[in-house]
Design a protein around this ligand. Structure first.
Ligand SMILES: O=C(O)CCC(=O)C(=O)O
Ligand SMILES: [Fe+2]
Length: 312
């Protein structure tokens, strides 16, 4: 496939409850085709509107533009109850370990625990805006996971059963805001880009992008195709654990974010919702085959984090 298909999710958008089986089946067919052929799909009419996405981007940007000393207290690794929650500074991660650190900053919302300390000075409303958006993304993700199961003629709950704790500290699902600062060409290292080639780790990922281009997806022919922002849609991709789960029926495609063209000094932003099965879920091939050995969700995730943050 040379492009990523756009599928209309209207019949099962957030807020609908009485969807006919026939409609779900139709939807399933289209989603299945996209996830087997390219691993990515754009969904339109999901019930998450562009205004809400813009609000989350705006509050995130306010935080990212604060001076470093104000962001440091919220660093990833400083939260006792959750090792993944918090701020990650630029060039800390290499999603492709063969490249220098990615030119991006991130804030991970992984814990919704009431005791979590949130940024608020200079970015009023940060917590509420993030938490509301997290919960909307959660609802949409559960709907998509249900359609995916149906599309494979499986029990509709087969994936949902392993996402019961989504939004609690026994599940690693993360809403990540990314900020790709304007690039100063003269200080870019050799082979450095905004986000190195990688595939995601969990079950599925929801992506919302600002207008700036750069996201590319590797198709089955081995060519990178661009995945531009389409306002009002959400881009959804299969991640590695889902590929294992479906014995490679759904493909977790490699993707990356390139530098902007020389002379383009705009910042880029995205919101990425990484859906993760519950920590103690055991992921076993759903076709009954043993193409991949069973793996515990949390162990798999931790091994992938070690690669990203440079295990020595
Ligand atoms: O920023 C983007 O558009 C995508 C980033 C991404 O693929 C990731 O963080 O896993
Ligand atoms: Fe990704």
């Amino acid at each position: 496939m040379e492009f990523i298909p756009v599928v209309d999710f209207d019949v099962y958008k957030l807020g609908t409850s009485d969807v006919a089986d026939k409609n779900l089946q139709e939807l399933g067919k289209e989603i299945r085709k996209a996830f087997t052929e390219v691993g990515f799909v754009y969904l339109k009419n999901t019930g998450i509107d562009q205004k809400e996405v813009d609000r989350v981007m705006d509050i995130s940007k306010k935080f990212f533009l604060l001076p470093e000393e104000q962001k440091k207290p919220f660093s990833r690794g400083s939260y006792a109850n959750n090792g993944n929650h918090g701020w990650v500074s630029s060039e800390t991660e290499s999603l492709n370990p063969r490249r220098p650190g990615d030119l991006k900053e991130a804030f991970n919302t992984t814990s919704l625990h009431p005791d979590i300390k949130w940024p608020s000075d200079g970015c009023d409303g940060f917590r509420d805006i993030k938490v509301d958006f997290f919960l909307h993304c959660k609802e949409l993700s559960l709907r998509v996971l249900r359609v995916m199961a149906l599309s494979l003629d499986l029990d509709s709950e087969v994936f949902l059963k392993a996402h019961c704790h989504l939004g609690s500290d026994n599940n690693g699902t993360t809403l990540r805001s990314l900020y790709y600062a304007p690039v100063k060409t003269e200080s870019v290292k050799i082979d450095q880009i905004r986000c190195g080639e990688h595939s995601d780790y969990g079950s599925i990922t929801l992506v919302f992008q600002s207008q700036q281009e750069g996201l590319q997806v590797l198709n089955r022919k081995g060519e990178f195709i661009s995945a531009p922002s389409i306002p009002g849609t959400v881009l959804i991709n299969i991640a590695d654990m889902m590929q294992r789960w479906t014995s490679d029926v759904f493909v977790s495609a490699v993707h990356r974010v390139l530098l902007p063209p020389v002379g383009d000094s705009s910042a880029r932003q995205s919101l990425v919702f990484f859906v993760q099965p519950d920590d103690d879920a055991i992921i076993t091939c759903c076709d009954g085959s043993n193409k991949y050995p069973p793996v515990k969700s949390l162990e798999y995730l931790l091994s992938r984090f070690n690669d990203t943050y440079g295990r020595k």
